[in-house]
Ligand binder design. Sequence first.
Ligand SMILES: [Zn+2]
Length: 152
Amino acid sequence: MECEICGRQMHRGERIRLEGATVTVCRDCASMGTRMGPAYEPRPVERSVKRTPDRRKPEEEIVPECASRVHLARERLGITQKELAERLNEKESVITRIETGRMVPPISLAHRLERKLEITLVAVLEEEDVGPLKSHDAPLTLGDVVKVRKRG
Ligand SMILES: [Zn+2]
């Protein structure tokens, strides 16, 4: 068996698609076309829509600064309350009431606002966490300290 492109003798060719034709070529020439072998299966990128239902997190709580956060984030985007309402499929009056603090949005709406405005409105109360001041950084080990120390 020989490569249909370079003519080299080979034990096992690779089938590729080249300019509309399927040819059997050696490994070196396989890169010239699109591999057809069973190993190559172009898969569409699966975008799984992950949705965690709101009800699974009963400890979720709307932050007290919700009103001002929504207000500031909306102004940053340069859109009106009406436009924001339309994007969320809500009534303009709902946005008005949320921004003025007359209404606390339900968690589901708060999550949608978070996504649209790229802000945080929902605080998750985790039992393991001791207070909001908890640092996410791992404590420095002696080795880290030595590495950080400047020389000369
Ligand atoms: Zn070849």
